[in-house]
Design a protein around this ligand. Structure first.
Ligand code: NAP
Ligand code: GDD
Length: 334
C-alpha cells in the first residue's frame, strides 16, 4: 500500500533487489499517477517482471480485503496515507479515514489471512505522534504521544490498532516510528523539496521568490533510501517491535536553507518571503529521534549524512531546472 509514493519507490526497489515478488495497491485517478514506478522500472528493468499493480483504495475495505486474500502476501507494508500535515487541517475527516480507518482495514485483512498462513504487517508510524513540544527532545519509544494535527491524531490511532492486533490476535504487526526522511523523489510541497527546487530554479534564473511558513521549526532529517532498509529489518526481526528510526540530529528549516542556497552560492535571505498561508494552526516545533533501539535490536544506522542528502537533492533538481530552462529557450526560438 502506498507504492506510488516516495517511500513506495525506495522500498519496492529494495525488495525487488532482494528477489521479492512485489504487489502494489494503486488508486484509480483520471491521469496515471505512476511516475516513480515508471522510473523504477526503467532503472532496474531486470526486476520489472516481479512488480505488479492492482487497483484498490485504503478507504475501500472490500478492495483491501480481496487483494490481501487473493495475493496471500508474506509481508504487508502499509505506507499509504494522506501524508501532508498542513493539508490534514483542511481535510481532517478524510485524513482520519485514510490514515486511521484505512490502517484498520489493512490489519483486519491481515487478521483474516493470518488464519490461513502467517503474514507480517508493517505500519508507517511517524514522529508527528510525539508533537514536538519544547522540552520533549530527543523522542524515543518511551516518549508520550501528544499529536498536534489531524494527521498526527490519525497516526496515533493507527499505531494503537497495530499494537492491539499484535496483542489480541497474535498478528505480527509492528510500527516503524520514522522521523522525516527526504530524497529527490520527495513530494514537491514538503519543505525540503520545496527548498531544493527553489534554490536550483533561482540559480538557473527561473524563479525569484520562495514563500515559506515557519522557518524556525526543527526536524531530524534522514535519507529515504536508508529508512526503507529499517522498514524491512523491522519485519525480519524475531518479534514484532515498535521502533524509532531517526538520525538523532536536529536542524532548523533555516539550516536547510543555508545548506541548499549556500551550495548554489546564493543567500537565502535575498529570496525567502514569510507567508502566513504556510503556517499551521498548531506547529510541531522540535523533532529529534533517539535511534538507540534501532541500532541495538536491528543493527540499523543511517548511512547518508545531512550534507550528502542535500547534495543529492540539489543535483537532481538542478538537472530538472536546466532541462526546464532549455525547453523554455527552445520554445522561444521556434
Ligand atoms: P507519500 O509520498 O505522500 O505517499 C503516500 C502514498 O499513499 C502514495 O502512494 C499515495 O497514492 C498513497 N495513498 C494515499 N491515499 C491512499 C488511499 N486512500 N488508498 C491507497 N493509497 C493511498 O508519502 P511518503 O513520504 O512515501 O510516506 C510513506 C508513509 O510513511 C506515509 O504513511 C507517511 O504518513 C509515513 N511517514 C512518512 C515520513 C516521511 O518523512 N516521508 C515520516 C514518517 C512517516 P497516490 O500516489 O495515489 O497519492
Ligand atoms: N510543507 C511546508 N511548506 N512546510 C513548511 C513550509 C512550507 O512552505 N515553511 C515552513 N515549513 C515547516 C512546517 O511548518 C514544518 O514545521 C516543517 O517545515 C516541515 O514540514 P514538512 O516538510 O511539510 O514535513 P512535516 O514534518 O510536517 O511532515 C513530514 O514528516 C512527518 C514525520 O515527522 C511528512 O512526511 C509526514 O507525513 C511525516 O509523518
Amino acid at each position: 500500500m502506498g507504492i506510488t509514493g516516495q517511500d513506495g519507490y525506495y522500498l519496492s526497489r529494495l525488495l525487488l533487489q532482494k528477489g521479492y515478488e512485489v504487489h502494489g495497491i494503486v488508486r484509480r485517478s483520471s491521469v496515471m499517477n505512476r511516475v516513480r514506478i515508471d522510473q523504477l522500472k526503467q532503472e532496474i528493468p531486470e526486476h520489472a517482471n516481479r512488480l505488479t499493480m492492482h487497483y484498490g483504495d485504503l478507504t475501500d475495505n472490500a478492495s483491501i480485503l480481496n487483494r490481501v486474500l487473493e495475493l496471500e502476501p508474506d509481508e504487508i507494508y502499509n505506507l499509504a496515507a494522506q501524508s501532508h500535515v498542513r493539508v490534514s487541517f483542511d481535510m481532517p475527516m478524510y485524513t482520519q479515514q485514510v490514515n486511521a480507518d484505512g490502517a484498520l482495514n489493512v490489519l483486519e485483512a491481515a487478521r483474516m489471512l493470518n488464519r490461513r498462513k502467517t503474514v507480517k504487517v508493517y505500519q508507517a508510524s511517524t514522529s508527528e505522534m510525539f508533537g514536538g513540544l519544547p522540552g520533549t527532545v530527543p523522542q524515543s519509544e518511551a516518549t508520550l504521544f501528544h499529536p498536534r494535527s489531524p494527521y498526527g491524531c490519525a497516526k496515533v490511532a493507527a499505531f494503537h490498532h497495530t499494537v492491539h492486533y499484535r496483542e489480541s490476535h497474535d498478528l505480527f504487526s509492528a510500527n516503524g516510528i520514522l522521523f522525516n526522511h527526504e530524497s529527490p523523489l520527495r513530494g514537491e510541497n514538503f519543505v525540503t523539496r520545496k527548498i531544493t527546487l527553489a534554490a536550483t530554479r533561482i540559480a538557473e534564473g527561473l524563479q525569484s521568490v520562495l514563500k515559506l511558513g515557519n522557518t524556525k521549526a526543527q526536524r531530524d532529517w534522514g535519507y529515504a533510501g536508508d529508512y526503507v532498509e529499517a522498514m524491512w529489518l523491522i519485519l525480519q526481526h524475531d518479534t514484532p517491535e515498535d521502533i524509532v528510526i531517526a538520525t538523532g540530529v536536529m536542524r532548523s528549516i533555516e539550516d536547510f536553507l543555508d545548506a541548499a542556497f549556500g551550495a548554489m552560492e546564493l543567500n537565502w535571505q535575498d529570496y525567502v518571503q514569510i507567508d502566513p498561508d504556510y503556517f499551521r494552526p498548531t506547529e510541531v516545533h522540535q523533532l529529534c529521534g533517539d535511534p538507540t533501539k534501532a541500532r541495538d535490536l536491528l543493527g540499523w544506522r543511517p548511512k547518508t549524512s545531512f550534507e550528502e542528502l542535500v547534495r543529492i537533492m540539489l543535483e537532481h533538481d538542478r538537472e530538472l531546472a536546466r532541462r526546464e530552462k532549455w525547453i523554455g529557450e527552445m520554445a522561444t526560438k521556434s
